[in-house]
Design a protein around this ligand. Structure first.
Ligand SMILES: NC(=O)c1ccc[n+]([C@@H]2O[C@H](COP(=O)([O-])OP(=O)(O)OC[C@H]3O[C@@H](n4cnc5c(N)ncnc54)[C@H](O)[C@@H]3O)[C@@H](O)[C@H]2O)c1
Length: 489
């Protein structure tokens, strides 16, 4: 299949999404109310998407713009990144104007479980606003030569702030004191304010805590979130030890120098008054990484904060420890089968990244990555493609992007073929990741129309080539960006 589009676009949008959660004495009634609110919010978003103008700004022929198809309500901050002159937003983000073919070049989504048949042959890239990508059929997309992007670190500040809240919930009797006041004191004394005030003063001794300053926080996983937690904990006057066997160079640069290195996870736990778990959950690798042996090295009073994933901590072993008299608390952003009913368990309903700012940051980052991929062939933060950034040289060139199966000899075949066609290569980048090879080639010539088709069809004769794309720049930027996909996906 052969398709074309040019490099000018524009944008439309949908409203934001807000969650309202509140404590209640009548859980069933409020659950229904909450569900009703969520349903109303979903209906509002659907109506907003339907009512969205087909083109919401920016001049130019909509049929010559990159189409970005949204699933879910994508933050307005992200949608606004797409310049209206070059991008047309569709799906949940706007409508395809009458007379324009519905051919999305990229998909942007949040939690929508993307089915392979929702990804048409025109789609060149998929971006998930968030870190996890298990709602996207990655293997199938890789086989089709479609990069899938995520937004690592975009929600780190939101999670960090809730970790700080977790530290305070663990260090003071805040939750116990609030429950006691509400259920016991007010429950017993009704509206007698004087009696309530007196009883509060009398009972507060049961909920005393300790300061964080001077205590030791161990951080397991020093990536985006862990390094931010380290910085804030140091600012609170805590000592920080860190454990990260896989720390990246970038993460190491971000880390405050005052963080002490622990030799092992057990070593980190042994030194800690508080532990913050900020490593990823990887099946078979970090599953129950915090097991009976590691837990057994904790002091009798150490508190654990887990804002990563429940399965990293062996809940059954932790319960045994608490049942045997351990004094710590377990503050967790997820449910835990074994700890759920335990009085030492503080279960937060996965609120780590539930802020408007996190959604905005994720959408902003996803949009930027898609724009750079479509306009420059740049690949950054892909979960299935190699990182590929080739800076432009001065002057005008046509950028040829070729995605092929990573097998021997293909690069030589491509350059020979281009040479035979009289194409001079100004610069090129060839890189690979697992089964995928990715080439960015800047050509001195400007094949357009039939010449562009001929070039791409010729390249498609190579068995290993999955797709090709032409991107025009400089004085040639009026030309089309065409692409060829084999197999009619
Ligand atoms: N609660 C939430 O809503 C929420 C939101 C975002 C992320 N998260 C969780 O937080 C985790 C961390 O997020 P991030 O953005 O900091 O990720 P990140 O990839 O930037 O950092 C993870 C760090 O963990 C390290 N690591 C890997 N294996 C380890 C091991 N065995 N022991 C110790 N460290 C190890 C990595 O080297 C990396 O530095 C995510 O994997 C996710 O599970 C939760």
């Amino acid at each position: 299949m052969l398709a074309r589009s040019s490099l000018r676009v524009r944008a439309t949008l949908t409203g934001g999404f807000h969650r309202h959660l509140r404590a209640t004495a009548k859980p069933a009634a409020d659950d229904i109310q909450l569900l009703q609110k969520l349903l109303d919010a979903a209906k509002e978003r659907e109506a907003a998407a339907k009512a969205a103008p087909s083109v919401s700004g920016g001049d130019g022929d909509p049929s010559k713009k990159f189409q970005i198809q949204g699933f879910n309500a994508i933050s307005q901050v992200g949608l606004d990144r797409f310049p209206g002159e070059q991008f047309l937003l569709t799906g949940s983000a706007g409508q395809v104007p009458d007379g324009v073919a519905n051919e999305p070049h990229a998909v942007v989504l949040r939690s929508h479980k993307l089915q392979p048949d929702e990804v048409g042959s025109s789609v060149r890239a998929i971006a998930r606003c968030g870190a996890g990508t298990n709602n996207i059929p990655i293997e199938e997309m890789t086989a089709r030569g479609i990069p899938v992007f995520n937004t690592p670190g975009a929600n780190a500040n939101s999670v960090k702030e809730l970790v700080l809240c977790g530290l305070l919930l663990a260090s003071r009797g805040i939750i116990e004191g609030i429950s006691h006041t509400k259920e016991k004191i007010v429950g017993d004394l009704g509206k007698d304010h004087k009696a309530i005030a007196a009883r509060i003063e009398k009972d507060k001794k049961h909920f005393a805590g300790g300061e964080l300053a001077g205590r030791t926080l161990a951080i397991a996983g020093l990536g985006h979130i862990g390094s931010m937690v380290a910085e804030s904990a140091l600012a609170l006057g805590m000592n920080v030890v860190g454990y990260d066997p896989k720390i990246s160079v970038d993460a190491a640069w971000r880390l405050p120098s005052a963080v002490q290195k622990a030799a092992s996870l057990g070593d980190a736990f042994a030194q800690a008054d508080y532990v913050s778990v900020n490593m990823p959950y990887i099946k078979g690798v970090t599953h129950h990484a915090i097991n009976a042996e590691v837990l057994g090295r904790m002091k009798h009073t150490t508190h654990i904060l887990n804002f990563s994933r429940a399965e990293i901590v062996d809940g059954a072993s932790l319960k045994r420890l608490y049942d045997a008299g351990h004094q710590g608390k377990y503050i967790c952003d997820f449910a835990d089968e074994f700890m759920q009913e335990h009085p030492k368990f503080v279960c937060i309903p996965h609120l780590g990244a539930s802020t408007a700012e996190a959604e905005d940051n994720c959408a902003y980052m996803a949009a930027d990555q898609i724009i750079k991929f479509l306009e420059l062939g740049q690949v950054v933060n892909s979960v299935n493609f190699p990182t590929a950034v080739l800076d432009r040289q001065a002057g005008d060139h046509t950028r040829l992007v070729i995605i092929n199966n990573n097998v021997p000899g293909v690069l030589g075949q491509i350059t020979t073929m281009l040479g035979d066609m009289g194409v001079n290569i100004a610069q090129q980048l060839n890189t690979s990741r697992d089964a995928i090879a990715y080439n960015v080639i800047d050509m001195d010539s400007f094949p357009q129309g039939e010449a562009a088709d001929k070039l791409q069809l010729k390249l498609a004769e190579l068995d290993a080539v999955i797709s090709t794309r032409l991107i025009y720049t400089g004085s040639a930027s009026e030309g089309p960006a065409s692409f060829y996909t084999k197999g009619g996906h």
